[in-house]
Ligand binder design. Sequence first.
Ligand SMILES: [Zn+2]
Length: 131
Amino acid sequence: MSQPNSLIYSILNTKCPRCREGNMFPKGTLYTTKFADMHSNCSSCGQSLEPEPGYYFGAMYVSFGINVGVFLVAMVVLYQFLEDVSTTMMLGVLLFVIVGFLPIIFRISRAMWISIFVHYEGPGNEIPKKA
Ligand SMILES: [Zn+2]
């Protein structure tokens, strides 16, 4: 499931969808103000990582779906361990999920979005490099 070139692995590690080797985001910027900065092209195969302006608009829907999923899991866990769950507690969990996981969910939803349109072609040294 998490072999170095599986689809799941490449999405969770935000790798280029075409070669699954190059990183979509610069290293060490996940929990910094630069978490949204992306490489413009894959360093390994040259695939454009932002083919057109506004390309990742649709990734917001993916991100929303992931947020709802994470929130529901958090709610189930909360109800499992507490008898009374107040509105304040729910809002706290919601805030924690949305803010705490923002950079991770942001990146994974972009990786999922581009994976819908750009398909795996092979290792970077075996496929033609794009300009
Ligand atoms: Zn690539």
